[in-house]
Design a protein around this ligand. Structure first.
Ligand SMILES: Cc1cc2nc3c(=O)[nH]c(=O)nc-3n(C[C@H](O)[C@H](O)[C@H](O)COP(=O)(O)OP(=O)(O)OC[C@H]3O[C@@H](n4cnc5c(N)ncnc54)[C@H](O)[C@@H]3O)c2cc1C
Length: 417
C-alpha cells in the first residue's frame, strides 16, 4: 500500500478499515544470502539499501526483541552533520543528504524537521574551537553560521543571558540540523525493506555464530539454525556480546545514556540547543514535550536505565541555561546502551573471519548516522569494498593506532567518554 494524503482521506471516509500491516511477520527460512543481526536503525537501513541499491533481497534481519525497542527508539532524535575531522565529516555529510530525501524514498513520514541546531559557547577558547569546526563544515559543503551573543539573543530569547558564571558568548548555528521521529525511522526502513522482499524477523535472538575453516556459515537462533554466506553484526550496545559468539573481542564498551521528557507544552523551543558549559541539550517534540539529555552515566553497564546523580546534573545544567523550563513537569526518563569505541568514531569493516562483517561504535551519536551507515554497510556487504565516505571506519585502527578519529580529543580512554 502506498501512503499519501489521498489515501489518508479515503481511509478516513471508510472508517480506517482498509489499512494493511506495514510489514509481514515471516518465519525464518533455512538459508539466506545475507543475515543482519540486529533490527535497530542501522540493521534495518542496511537491509533496505541492500535491496534497493544492490538488488539483494534474499536477506533477513534477525531482531531479538521488537523493532524500535533498542536505541533507535530511545534516543533524543537529533540529526546533524557538524563534525570536524576527515573521516567523520564526509560520512555525516553524506548521511544528512540521505536524510533530506528519506521520506520520499521510504514513502514514510519520519517527521524529519530541519529546525536548526545551535551549539552555545561560553569562552574565547570555545569560540575558536567552534569557528574551526564551522569552517570544516563549510569546507565539506555543509552549512554553519557563527553567531555572537546578540545573534543568539535574537533567535533564543529565553536563555539566561544575565548569568555571570558562564556568559553566553555566542553559538555555532547549523540550520540544516534538526530532529526526526526516532521509531518512525525504524518502521519506515522496516517497511521499505519488507516491500522489497527482505524478511524482517522479530523475537529471534542470535545465540551462536557458526564458523567453519575461518568462514562464517550461518547462525544459531532461538528459532532454529539459519545458514548464510554473509553475516553482518549490527547490535549497537550488545556488539561485544554478539561478537563474542564468533570468538571475537572488539574494542567496544557499553555505557548507559539517559534521556528525559516533560509533559506536553505549547511550542516554546524552536531549535535544538546545546549548552557548552554543562552536560545538557534540548529540543521540543512535535507532541510538545521538552526532550533533553546530558552525558553518559560513566560506568559500563547493560542496564537500559541510569542513575539519579546524572539526572540531577542534567536538570541543574538545564536550569542554569534556561530557567523557564523549571516550570515544566518531568514525565519520563529512560536509558539506552551505547556502543562506545575508544576514539568515539564508528567501525564499518570486515572481520578476520570470511563473510563476517562488523558495524558498531556509534557511541551517543548513531541516530543521525542511520541512513549513511545502512548505505555504506550495504555497499561493503554487497561488494566487499568499503564505501568511500566510510572508508576510514576501519577496525584495525585500534590495533595500529593509525587513522584514529578523535573528535573530542579525549584520547583512547574509555573513562573519558
Ligand atoms: C538517550 C539517548 C540519546 C541519544 N541521542 C541521540 C541523538 O540525539 N542523535 C543521535 O544521532 N544519536 C543519539 N543516540 C544514539 C543512537 O540512538 C544510537 O547510536 C543508535 O540508535 C544505535 O544504532 P541502532 O539504531 O542500530 O541500535 P539499536 O536500536 O540498539 O539496535 C540494535 C539491535 O540489536 C538487537 N540485538 C542485540 N543483540 C542481539 C542478538 N543476539 N540477536 C538479535 N538481535 C540482537 C537489539 O535488540 C537492538 O534492537 C542516543 C542514544 C540514547 C540512548
Amino acid at each position: 500500500m502506498r501512503y499519501s494524503g489521498l489515501q489518508v482521506l479515503a481511509q478516513g471516509l471508510m472508517g480506517n478499515r482498509g489499512w494493511t500491516p506495514a510489514w509481514r511477520d515471516p518465519k525464518p527460512k533455512l538459508a539466506y544470502d545475507i543475515l543482519i543481526i540486529g533490527g535497530g536503525g542501522h540493521g534495518l537501513a542496511t537491509a533496505f539499501y541492500l535491496a534497493k541499491e544492490h538488488g539483494l533481497t534474499n536477506v533477513a534481519v534477525l531482531e531479538k526483541g521488537y523493532l524500535g525497542g533498542g536505541n533507535v527508539g530511545r534516543n533524543t532524535t537529533i540529526v546533524r552533520a557538524n563534525y570536524g575531522l576527515p573521516g567523520n565529516s564526509e560520512f555525516y555529510s553524506h548521511s544528512l543528504k540521505l536524510w533530506e530525501g528519506l521520506e520520499g524514498e521510504l514513502n514514510y513520514n519520519v517527521m524529519h524537521s530541519q529546525r536548526g541546531i545551535i551549539n552555545l559557547f561560553h569562552s574565547d577558547g570555545q569560540r575558536d574551537a567552534y569557528a574551526r569546526r564551522g569552517n570544516a563544515m563549510i569546507n565539506q559543503g555543509d552549512d554553519a553560521i557563527l553567531l555572537d551573543t546578540e545573534g543568539c539573543r535574537r533567535i533564543l530569547p529565553y536563555l539566561d543571558y544575565a548569568q555571570t558564571r558562564f556568559p553566553i558568548y555566542g553559538g555555532l548555528y547549523h540550520p540544516r540540523g534538526g530532529t526526526a521521529r526516532h521509531d518512525a525511522v525504524a518502521w519506515g526502513f522496516a517497511r521499505g525493506a519488507d516491500l522489497r522482499g527482505v524478511d524482517v524477523i522479530q523475537n529471534c535472538e542470535v545465540t551462536g555464530i557458526d564458523v567453519e575453516n575461518g568462514r562464517v556459515t550461518g547462525v544459531q537462533t532461538t528459532r532454529g539454525a539459519i545458514r548464510a554466506r554473509k553475516v553482518g553484526m549490527v547490535a549497537a550496545g550488545r556488539t561485544s556480546q554478539v561478537a563474542a559468539l564468533a570468538g571475537m573481542r572488539v574494542p567496544i564498551e557499553s555505557h548507559v545514556l539517559q534521556a528525559f521528557v516533560t509533559e506536553g507544552l505549547k511550542p516554546c523551543i524552536d531549535h535544538v540547543v546545546t549548552y557548552g558549559m554543562g552536560h545538557f541539550y534540548i529540543s521540543q517534540s512535535d507532541k510538545g514535550g521538552l526532550v533533553f539529555g546530558g552525558d553518559l552515566d560513566f560506568y559500563a553497564s547493560y542496564a537500559a536505565r541510569g542513575n539519579l546523580p546524572m539526572a540531577e546534573h542534567v536538570m541543574e545544567a538545564g536550569l542554569t541555561l534556561m530557567p523557564m523550563i523549571g516550570k515544566a513537569r518531568m514525565l519520563r526518563s529512560w536509558g539506552g546502551i551505547m556502543d562506545m569505541s575508544p576514539d568515539g568514531s564508528p567501525i564499518i569493516d570486515r572481520t578476520h573471519i570470511d563473510g563476517l562483517y562488523l558495524n558498531c561504535g556509534w557511541c551517543y551519536g548513531g541516530f543521525k548516522a542511520v541512513p549513511g551507515s545502512g548505505y555504506s554497510f550495504a555497499h561493503l556487504l554487497a561488494t566487499d569494498r568499503p564505501h568511500e565516505p566510510a572508508a576510514r571506519y576501519r577496525l584495525d585502527r585500534f590495533e595500529t593506532g593509525a587513522g584514529l578519529m578523535d573528535e573530542e580529543a579525549t584520547g583512547a580512554q574509555h573513562n573519558l567518554h
